[in-house]
Design a protein around this ligand. Structure first.
Ligand code: GDP
Length: 444
């Protein structure tokens, strides 16, 4: 999702990450920028206020100020709070009722109701092995009924006929009756939308709701609508007990803010995301991942999974014990470099980042970084085991020997030793517990 919000926040995230120290004053500055970015992306003001207050509260606590990597910690908080604003974990569809489970689709015309009805039918057939029936209550647009027929066929579900001379309530009753008699697990009811909120439409859908007693009432909303999406969501929420939201067109050039506000304004969880025009372009909404996308952090979950999969926990514990006893040496430094390689190298990690960030990192930078890792490994491998354990032994003549062995300049050996010293100092400060905490944070 290449939105203005994503771009602004990615830029901010980059800036924040670079901050060596975070003080109360620069937390305030950063939050002001985050606030601007959210407002410009059409996130509703009360939602922004509440969000900033929560982030500030946590940011000024121990978590950030006084943390070894304060920038990262702050980005982490923003990420978690963004996700929390949009939901907890991955939502799911509720079918826990005597079949047929009725799903009522609500929303404005053009929001993507009909498309989503068919996508959802396909999703329920494939993922939940359900027998699904669809019906259209849009008696004002014959084309809408025909459209549902076509897409339902594509989805491999069954379609219940309706026509413009019927009343929506009669259609609903007949479809429900048919679904019961033919043992359908789910009946999805597509409804008429208008171009704008209109009292007659609201009354009609309220009557449908009362008649059908749906287990899910899903509000379908176009993510590209920005602030309008919020107003529509509010109106529907007032008219109907919504149980979930479907955000469509998240693949488009959406402003991204809708996801944040709609959830906050309706209190209903975002259950699905429409990610393409195609019949299989529907996903369960994952707030964490979406927050990551908004932040321009790419597929953070996949990234973390890969990082933690590559890290040997036992190895990490051993390392933690060594750090505690002050015994962290070049042998361990080498082990760390090897762990890094085990994770698949930098380029594979970079693949997980959003395209615009990865492009900025550039192939040349990446090449250099990978070469640097190989060079470091070469240097340490040219040392004797004793030198690795006691780097202080490495004086001028040993340095020359090591450099020659690794095929590098003496300065490179110096640079590596210096880097090692810094790392050792940092690890001493962190002590074992800090390191384990860091690993856990990666894993969590
Ligand atoms: P309805 O009036 O609410 O029933 O809306 P439709 O289902 O007819 O959808 C309106 C338009 O949006 C159609 O051209 C759909 O193909 C398109 N659309 C719906 N959902 C998505 C989506 O998730 N991504 C994209 N790119 N287009 C979508």
């Amino acid at each position: 999702m290449a939105s203005a919000l994503t771009e602004k926040l990615s830029r901010l995230v980059k800036q924040i990450r670079g901050q060596a120290r975070i003080t109360e004053a620069n937390v305030q500055d950063m939050l002001r920028e985050v606030r601007m970015a959210l407002l410009e992306a059409d996130v509703a003001l009360p939602v922004v206020r509440d969000f900033i207050a929560r982030v500030k509260d946590k940011a000024l606590g121990q978590e950030v100020v006084g943390s070894l990597t304060p920038g990262q910690a702050l980005v982490g908080i923003i990420h978690r709070e963004l996700a929390a604003t949009m939901g907890e974990g991955v939502a799911d569809v509720n079918l826990a009722t005597q079949p047929p489970a009725v799903i009522l689709m609500a929303g404005l015309q053009g929001a993507g109701k009909t498309t989503t009805t068919a996508k959802l039918a396909k999703w329920l057939i494939e993922r939940r092995k359900k027998k699904v029936l669809t019906v259209s209550g849009d008696v004002y647009r014959p084309a809408a009924i025909e459209q549902l027929r076509t897409v339902t066929k594509q989805a491999g579900a069954e379609w219940f006929p309706s026509s413009p001379d019927q009343k929506p309530l009669d259609i609903a009753r007949a479809a429900l009756d048919h679904a019961r008699k033919h043992y359908f697990d789910v009946l999805i009811v597509d409804t008429a939308g208008r171009l704008a909120i209109d009292e007659a439409m609201m009354q009609e859908i309220r009557a449908l709701h009362a008649e059908l007693k749906p287990v899910e009432t899903l509000f379908v909303v176009d993510a590209m609508q920005g602030q309008d999406a919020v107003n529509t969501a509010r109106a529907f929420k007032e008219a109907l007990p919504l149980t979930g939201i479907v955000l469509t067109k998240l693949d488009g050039d959406s402003r991204g803010g809708a996801a944040l506000s709609v959830r906050a304004v309706t209190g209903a969880p975002i259950k699905f995301a429409g990610v393409s025009e195609k019949i299989d372009g529907l996903e369960l909404f994952d707030a964490e991942r979406h927050a990551g996308r908004i932040l321009g952090m790419g597929d953070i979950v996949a990234l973390v999974e890969q990082v933690t999969a590559g890290v040997d926990l036992q190895q990490a514990q051993k390392l933690a014990a060594k750090v505690k006893s002050g015994g962290f040496d070049l042998e361990d430094f080498l082990e760390q470099i090897r762990q890094m390689k085990k994770m698949g190298g930098l380029s594979s990690l970079l693949d997980k980042l959003p395209a615009q960030l990865a492009a900025k990192a550039g192939d040349a930078d990446l090449d250099r970084a990978e070469k640097d890792i190989r060079r470091k490994e070469g240097i340490i491998c040219s040392m004797t085991p004793e030198e690795r354990r006691r780097p202080e032994l490495i004086k001028a003549s040993r340095k020359r020997r090591i450099a020659a062995g690794a095929g590098v300049q003496v300065q490179e050996v110096n640079r590596l030793l210096k880097e090692f010293e810094q790392m050792q100092a940092m690890m001493k400060k962190m002590k074992g517990g800090g390191l384990m905490k860091m690993m856990k944070r990666l894993g969590g």
